[in-house]
Design a protein around this ligand. Structure first.
Ligand code: ZN
Length: 334
């Protein structure tokens, strides 16, 4: 199974290479081999949970799991055929009710297979009265309209449920939004949550990441300077949670990834492994290329990736809770 996963990963990147995705090429000048030494000194610190920090955390993994099932009940949320719109509207409604300023960003001029398709990012901001600098967190809310990795050839053209690949990241951000709103008087930074559309429109670099490419390309210089960091979460609900450091994130901004994994270590989170494994092509790359300190948290050891078996039973409240508690800790304790 491990070899299968690595093959899937290699295939995806070979495809990205073959299609000449500009973003991929921008990052491919870095070493293609794993680089576990980067940031190692920072990580060689005593292990053990920070119990004083743990006590204050309010993120609830069961709430997040409920949000996963709420999305699954909507069916596939594909930007293809505008099946993502009910979720877009549901996100706006929930975030506004929590007191966030919510904006829908329509994407214009998508190229490749997205040409002529309507994509919409959802951007939710909660300003701190004491600091306008933004900590930004993101996840994609669309799901892929095909199942290219499904073992059954007859099912490869069917849209996936997207419990882990799609719903898990959205669910963690939504439960985090509840906690952020509840603790807003404690905020030391302003917070922005971005729900990207068109991440999983299709395979191949030029047919993916529509929302994040558009968002990052339209940031002004001042807006880029106003971002403390950007952390993307994607496929973080797997019951068997294994989050390695992403080679692209470590190569670009080693201190941010080190900071995230040190925090996970302080919280005693078992799903985090402080070394690199994969080079991840995802919504954080447009931010890295725009000069925003960025990192992705993703469990790429997910055997059901882009198959019809990416269903709710593969996701656990405990895994969602590990990510959510980490985000809460990064927001309120750092
Ligand atoms: Zn995907």
């Amino acid at each position: 199974m491990r070899n299968d996963k690595i093959n899937i990963n290699s295939t995806a990147f070979l495809r990205a290479f073959a299609l000449g995705a500009c973003l991929w090429l921008l990052v491919s000048c870095a070493s293609a081999v794993e680089n576990p030494s980067v940031g190692l000194a920072d990580m060689l610190k005593p292990t053990g949970g920070d119990s004083s920090a743990e006590i204050n955390l309010r993120f609830n993994g069961s709430n997040a799991l409920n949000f996963v099932y709420e999305q699954l009940a909507m069916g596939p949320r594909t930007s293809f055929n505008a099946k993502q719109l009910p979720l877009r509207d549901k996100l706006c409604e929930k975030l506004k009710a929590l007191g966030f300023e919510v904006a829908i960003q329509p994407l214009k001029g998508a190229g490749g297979m997205g040409n002529g398709v309507d994509f919409y990012n959802v951007i939710a901001t909660l300003k701190s009265p004491v600091n306008s600098k933004l900590k930004v967190f993101g996840a994609h809310y669309d799901t892929i309209p095909i199942a290219p990795n499904d073992p059954d050839p007859a099912m490869k053209a069917v849209p996936i449920p997207g419990a882990n690949d799609g719903a898990s990241g959205v669910a963690v951000l939504l439960e985090a939004a509840r906690v952020i709103a509840e603790r807003k008087t404690e905020l030391k930074h302003s917070i922005r949550l971005i729900f990207f559309d068109g991440e999983d429109f299709s395979t191949g670099g030029e047919n993916m990441l529509y929302g994040s490419k558009y968002y990052a390309a339209n940031l002004s210089g001042d807006e880029i300077k106003s971002i403390e960091y950007f952390i993307l979460i994607d496929m973080i609900g797997d019951k068997d949670l294994n989050i390695y450091q992403d080679i692209n994130s470590v190569n670009a901004y080693p201190q941010l990834t080190a900071h995230i994994f040190e925090s996970a270590d302080k919280l005693g989170l078992k799903g985090f492994i402080s070394r690199t494994k994969y080079r991840i092509f995802d919504d954080h790359l447009p931010f890295i290329n725009a000069g925003v300190p960025s990192a992705v948290l993703i469990d790429f050891d997910f055997p059901y990736w882009h198959t019809l078996s990416d269903t709710g039973d593969k996701v656990s409240a405990d895994s969602l809770s590990q990510i959510g508690r980490l985000l809460e800790y990064l927001i309120f304790n750092n």
